[in-house]
Design a protein around this ligand. Structure first.
Ligand code: NDP
Length: 300
């Protein structure tokens, strides 16, 4: 294996330490404690795990964490009323509505009801437009984490060929915008892309955000390329015993690591950075709400 392993856990620790330092200053100098409200509707097991670990890490960096757990049957009016209260609450600087929402709720309507300044997921249509036009916005956490790791690893990204596999609003599209913002030449690939292996082979940077276990093999990777694997897929792991499972990415790690210059592992790559970037966005939202200087290096 030749590739450098990009350690997302270490990068996330650095981001969290920086956030914690800034939170401490906000408290001691300005008497402000940043607050993050997380809204969970229903009992999706994966969402419950995410919400729990977001809450724990929010508290660990010194911020206030408020969780609102609502019944799966909660109606749109009640959910919008809660968001409206959180929008108006001066002690809440970030609001995150955990997705997916139950089918009877209109996700776009709910997300666009969040005050864009408090939209720490960066999914509000205003933030999407600001990011797309290169203006100051709240940046979606997962692509922001990927960008931070790329900058940390490469330094300058300008002029590099980047291929993003996946065009979701949550990962693929904002990732492409961020890479474009750093002057990469960007290709967005998706399920209709012709000759995907050839497209990927031209990339200096590959970001895989597909949701298909180990779909990208090493022989699609240009020697020396940097590979960011966003995928989180649970597969059977009979080698660990009956009924056991393990997490893998969208990239076949072993064969890709033999060719790539650098690669993120799954787990331990993009995942930890996503939560760290949520904390970074919350501290930034708090600074913006209070007209204070933002910490350097915590956003795009
Ligand atoms: P979506 O399902 O919303 O999007 C997947 C994208 O992959 C689509 O654009 C789809 O194309 C494309 N795609 C599907 N099959 C192929 C194929 N055979 N060839 C090329 N492209 C294909 O997923 P998300 O963007 O939400 O998530 C992607 C992955 O990232 C998942 O594994 C998810 O769990 C993980 N994830 C990880 C996070 C983290 O913190 N690490 C956070 C968020 C997501 P088309 O549009 O044409 O259908």
């Amino acid at each position: 294996m030749g590739a450098t392993i990009i350690d997302g856990k270490k990068s996330a620790e650095r981001v969290r330490a920086q956030v914690a330092g800034h939170v401490e200053r906000l408290k001691s100098v300005h008497g402000i404690t940043p607050g993050l409200a997380v809204v969970l509707v229903g009992e999706d097991p994966a969402s419950q795990v995410y919400v729990r670990s977001k809450g724990k890490m929010t508290v660990e960096v010194g911020m206030k964490s408020i969780e609102h757990r609502l019944e799966a049957s909660t109606g749109e009016t009640d959910l919008l009323a809660l968001i409206s209260r959180l929008n108006a609450d001066p002690e809440i600087h970030g609001i995150l509505v955990q997705l997916p929402l139950p089918d009877h709720l209109d996700e776009d309507l709910v997300i666009n009801a969040i005050d864009p300044v408090k939209d720490v997921d960066g999914f509000h249509i205003l933030n999407v437009g600001l990011l797309g036009t290169g203006q100051k916005s709240m940046v979606p956490c997962t692509p922001l984490g990927c960008l931070m790791m790329l900058r940390e690893h490469h330094g300058e990204l300008s002029g590099l060929n980047a291929v993003v596999i996946g065009r979701s609003n949550i990962v693929g599209k904002p990732m492409a915008q961020l890479l474009l913002g750093d002057s990469c030449t960007v290709t967005i690939a998706h399920s209709r892309t012709r000759d995907l292996p050839d497209v990927v082979r031209r990339a200096d940077i590959v970001v895989a955000a597909v949701g298909r276990p180990q779909m990208v093999p090493g022989d699609w990777i240009k020697p020396g390329a940097t590979v960011i694997d966003v995928g989180i897929n649970r597969i059977d792991a009979p080698e660990k015993g009956d009924g056991r499972t393990r997490l893998v990415g969208d990239v076949d790690f072993a064969s890709a690591a033999a060719v790539a210059g650098a690669i993120t592992p799954v787990p331990g790559g993009v995942g930890p950075m996503t939560i760290a970037c949520l904390l970074a966005n919350t501290v930034i939202a708090c600074c913006r709400a209070n007209g204070l200087a933002e910490p350097e290096g915590l956003t795009a």
